[in-house]
Design a protein around this ligand. Structure first.
Ligand SMILES: Nc1ncnc2c1ncn2[C@@H]1O[C@H](COP(=O)(O)OP(=O)(O)O)[C@@H](O)[C@H]1O
Ligand SMILES: O=P(O)(O)OC[C@H](O)CO
Length: 505
């Protein structure tokens, strides 16, 4: 058998290709950013053709740099930014519109209208999601209603929908020359269109958005030798590579962190934060503002579910300090600046730039910095920004405990922000539990590689994957309980100040 497994990680800001060996060690990688298209306030788009072009380049560059051929890869997995919506013509291969990104809020009226006549409760019960701009259903509806000719083409089965996994799988397997139109249940569970129990598209949910079934991909297991076919000859590979794994990026990180047992959780700190708790084969319906989502489905095994706390703005608040406020010149400087003061000086920052996601789901919220006095400096603002990442994570951890009864003994972390030592110490202090980061920090790509490799027997089972996980760093809580609870009470007060700020009706 070939010695390596490859994984494409198609993220919000960049696309990377990574190659792993049997020990889960990184052997090679290449990464390229793509353009963030911001046509109006609240709108965020990507160019799907640019994403496909960058995907081919990162694959070819990483493979060439290591001197590897297609035959050196036992399998290829895909992982992707979830919810981001592409609609294209399967005859010409041309997208009808730019990809509408998960952060885009143009569908706020569609989302709030769903709450009016009980449809919101049906979506919660069947899809496990609250109606929100975040998910794909409203984005597809917007394209059907606003782009000429799409509805007719969709009814003919010519205009098709996919998240970026589906778009790349279709292109990698031949595109207009017979590409497969498929996705997996982790991605499908982010659309508001899939029934969590049947793992199939649900006609009642489709009717809420006026979406013809013909435009939707087939839902296949996340890890399966039969699911996605092989790469086509005209693509970035010199020969066929079996495509055997597909997972949404946060579920992939959960797999990469080997959270295979019910009660195991991870928190990924990137543009936003996403905490997932494995709930096993049980569908736990949230009463506390979390999402119920599919964690993975491996082959013919029963699907495994998760509770998820999605936070829209965490690392991107640090980018805001850098690009808009210009009080730091790099993300890493946020730590240096915040270390200039001993505490937040009474300042709390709630970065509700696109409303608040979990556990609040308030699209009428907007960001606020509160508690300011003349004594405060930019260092307090930097400190409050890092604390906001940790307080938002505490909000979702509390909701998880409420919904599942699971009290975390330790939080496994990964993602770009976790290089910030101060922020991780704050997280341990604010949560009151140890925080642990693994040696292989690229857990998202690793999880996609694991899904693909399990399907072809490159790895025998999940026990073998557990052996690959090693801790690189652990932070222990240092705050006294009183300090922790006083800080959290202030944070909750600050959150209240951001609500009911914009009129979404
Ligand atoms: N040293 C740091 N301190 C705080 N935030 C950081 C640091 N380094 C990177 N970040 C943040 O991490 C995010 C990028 O992380 P990454 O995991 O690559 O995100 P994504 O996959 O969402 O693109 C950026 O928002 C950036 O501001
Ligand atoms: O691409 P990321 O890492 O910002 O992840 C985006 C999430 O999948 C959105 O739900």
């Amino acid at each position: 058998m070939a010695d390596f497994v490859g994984a494409v990680d198609q993220g919000t800001t960049s696309t990377r290709f990574m190659i792993f060996d049997h020990g889960g060690n990184e052997v090679g990688r290449h990464q390229l950013e793509h353009q963030q298209i911001l046509p109006r306030a609240g709108w965020v788009e990507h160019n799907p053709l640019e994403i496909w072009e960058r995907t081919q380049t990162v694959i070819q560059t990483a493979m060439n740099a290591q001197g590897l051929a297609a035959s050196d890869l036992a399998a290829l997995g895909i992982t992707n930014q979830r919810e981001t919506t592409v609609v294209w013509n399967r005859r010409t291969g041309r997208p009808y519109y730019n990809a509408i990104v998960w952060q885009d809020t143009r569908t706020d009226r569609i989302a709030s209208a769903l709450e009016r006549d009980g449809r919101g409760d049906v979506i919660r019960r069947k899809a496990g999601l609250p109606p929100a701009t975040y998910f794909s259903g409203g984005k597809i509806q917007w394209i059907l209603e606003n782009v000429d000719g799409v509805r007719e083409a969709a009814e003919r089965g010519e205009a098709v929908f996919g998240n970026t996994d589906t778009w790349l799988l279709w292109n990698l397997t031949g595109g207009t020359e017979g590409g497969v139109h498929v996705t997996d249940p982790t991605n499908a569970s982010r659309t508001m269109l899939m029934n969590l129990e049947t793992l199939d598209w649900d006609d009642e949910l489709l009717s809420f958005f006026g979406i013809p079934r013909a435009m939707l991909p087939q839902i296949r297991p996340s890890s399966d030798p039969r699911s996605y076919g092989s790469t086509a000859p005209h693509g970035p590979f010199t020969g066929p590579v079996p495509l055997t794994g597909d997972l949404g990026d946060q579920q992939a990180a959960t797999v990469g962190q080997v959270c295979f047992a019910p009660g195991e959780a991870k928190n990924t700190y990137g543009t936003g934060n996403f905490m997932l708790l494995n709930t096993g084969t049980e569908i736990v319906r949230s009463k506390a503002g979390l999402l119920t989502t599919v964690c993975y489905q491996f082959g013919d095994d029963a699907p495994v579910y998760a509770l998820e706390g999605s936070i829209a703005v965490t690392g991107s608040a640090v980018q805001w300090l850098r690009d808009q406020l210009k009080i730091i010149s790099s993300a890493a400087q946020s730590e240096i600046l915040a270390r200039q003061v001993e505490d937040n000086g009474g300042v709390y920052f709630v970065p509700a730039f696109s409303g608040l996601f979990a556990p609040y789901w308030r699209s009428d919220a907007r960001g606020a910095i509160v508690g300011l006095s003349r004594f405060n400096t930019d260092a307090h603002i930097a400190r409050a920004t890092l604390e906001s990442i940790c307080y938002q994570s505490r909000d979702v951890a509390e909701a998880m405990e409420q919904d599942s009864g699971v009290h975390l003994e330790c939080l496994k972390v990964d993602g770009g922000v976790t290089v910030n030592d101060l922020c991780m110490q704050m997280q341990a202090d604010i949560l009151g539990v140890p925080v642990s980061r693994p040696v292989v920090a690229e857990t998202t790509a690793l999880g996609a590689a694991y899904a693909a490799g399990l399907a072809v027997g490159f790895w025998k089972n999940t026990d073998e994957l557990r052996e690959n996980w090693n801790e690189s760093r652990r932070w222990q809580p240092q705050w006294a309980a009183e300090q922790r609870e006083n800080g959290y009470a202030r944070w909750k007060k600050a959150v209240q100040r951001t609500l009911d700020w914009v009129d979404v009706d």
